[in-house]
Every structure is written in C-alpha cells, then in structure tokens.
Design a protein around this ligand. Sequence first.
Ligand SMILES: [Fe+2]
Length: 384
Amino acid sequence: MITSYEIFVPMLMGSGASLRTGLKVKQLGCSRVLVVYDKGLKDAGIADTIVENINNAGVETVIFDKVLPDPPDTMVEEGAVLAREAGIDGIVAVGGGSSMDTAKGINVLINNEPPIMKYFGVQKNLKKGVPMVFIPTTSGTGSEVTNMCVISCTSRGNKDSVVSSVCVASLAVIDPDLTMGLPPKMTAATGIDALAHAVESITGSQANPLSDALARDAIRTIAKWLPVAYRDGSNEEAREQMILASTFAGMAFTNGLVHLGHSIGHTLGAHFHIPHGIACGIALPEVIQYTSKTEWKKVRMICECLGTDVPDDASPDEIGAAAKTALRSLIKSVGIPNLKDLGVSLEDALKAAPAVTADAGFAMVPYRITAARVAELLKSAYDA
Ligand SMILES: [Fe+2]
C-alpha cells in the first residue's frame, strides 16, 4: 500500500493557548498583521483580547472585521486590498470557518492578482503569501488544519474552493476556552460537521492509516462528548474534547477527503439556506448505510467507534443498518432537525438530487451512485 500524508499544520493546544498568540506571531517574524474576524466575535470580546495580546508582543495590527458567513468573493477581495495597502507581513484569523476561509482567500491575493475566482480548483503554482495563524472559536470546520478555502462566487451564484499550500496556516492555536460561550444549536451543528468529516474521510477514496487513526479517535470523542457539550456548554472537559476532535477530524479529511455526505450538504445548504453542519448531518446516516455496500469493513470500524456492537458474521447490509441507526441516534440527540422540520417540501428536496451529482466534491465519492439513488437517500432522510 502506498499512502501519503502531506498536509500538516503545527499546533499550539490547550486551555489558555490563545494568550500566547502575540508571542507566536512575533516568533514567526511578523511585525504588522491583519487580524480577520466578524462582528460577533468583537461583541463577544474575544477579538479585542487577541488584538491586545498581539499588540503587547510589539506587533502592529490592522483590523478586517467584515467577515460574512459563506464568504463572498467581493468581501475577500476587499480584505486583500486592505492587506496590500497596509503592507502586512502576517495574518491572524479568529473565528469559525468563514473567518479562516476569508483569511486564506486574502492570503492567495497578497501576491496573486485578483479576482479570487481565477484560482478556484487545485493550484500548484501560486506565489506565496504571508505566515498565517488560525484561532478557531467553534469546534467543527477543521479549517485551521486544511489546505482549502470555500468562497461564494457572487457573479455565478455558487460556491467554489481554492486548494493550495498558500491556504495552509503556519500555526493553529487550539484553545477550548474560546468555545465556552457557543450556544447549543451552534455546538450541535459544528460538532456534527466534525462527525461528518471523520466518518466520510474514513470511508473515502483517499483514506490512509494516519487519517483513519485520526478519524476513529474523532468519532469516539464526538460520540461521547458532543451530547455533553450540547447540554452543558460550560463543561470544560467536553469543550476541550470537542475542539480536539474537530481538529483531528479536520486533519483526517484534509488528507482522506470527504465525499457524498458533504456533496449532499453543499447542495442542501445552497438550495435551502441550511447551515453547513446541519446540512451535512441530514443524510449522513443514509450515506454511510449506502457506503457499507462497498466499504463495510470501514463502516464496521465506525460502528465500533460509536459503541455499537456488530456480530462477527454480520452482512454488509446489516453493518450499514447498524451504522445508520447509531449515527441517527447521535444526530437526533443534539437536536439536529430533518428536512421536514426545516420546512422543506419532499418534492423540493428530491428535486435537489441531480445537483448533488454536480457538486465539485462528488468526484470523491468512492463508488458510483446515480441521482435517482441520491433521491432515495434524501427521501429516507426526509422526516427521519
Ligand atoms: Fe464540513
């Protein structure tokens, strides 16, 4: 077996880790950094604390606090103009996936001419950007350890991504203290996103022993601690375990890749404006059940991580059914709504199936599946 594990981001982990941000930024050789975040983070007081910490280390800061959900290309390009004019030599992103994706897009445009849409796809020859430090404040996207940014293309009305080493952080600061104030709904949605990263990467076409190990650990941790973090947001151990699981799942999927669950998630998100984590969780049990037809050994592994006993002589279909039941139970336990709960009609949901097969990530699905079969999965998940 030949495998490669190419993407690795140095990390600083633990309670209070973000209080060393300034020191780390200085050690990276930065003297003036762009700090990227959204207004919510400013209101929560987290952004000001990080900025002050950076300034106290003798590093100047330039603020870009206009981050929007599903980062539009125009907003990224505005940030890049600011970064270039201010002559920054580093970027610090604080927040969820949107802040980190924005920072990555800005970094692409530091030394490469806009528009950002010119660079959608896998890019091997981009000019380098500046060192980036990512500080996640949610436990789910794993964006702090991936090599891609997802950008909304305003002229085409869709989302696409830049995949490049220019999108890789120089350091990820993983501080569970920053997630303590996350409300239950956000905790659940981001946690299920991390679960989807782990179970899809473990069954994905690029899975390798290291991504499997990271994914298995993430699934075990999420199964145990996500319901606790959801019920009791102030449980420090649950928050610490969940941010570790999110990062491990991110490392797993940036190397093992995600597949059908995320293609369905992207499509439902775009059609019905459903948050990413919820959209990825809606049909995840059905996807893994279907995946068991070819990847039953891996799906058995998922069952074990979820604490579900599967008899030694179980058939692929039985293994798939057990995984579906266990995943649905976990997803339900943290209040993730189904399509019916979200007010989507069954007819509209089924109409979205062909778009799933047109999703950029659909090529990563490790088996052949038709739009009609995807519609069956959506029908099964509709009011589950
Ligand atoms: Fe995701």
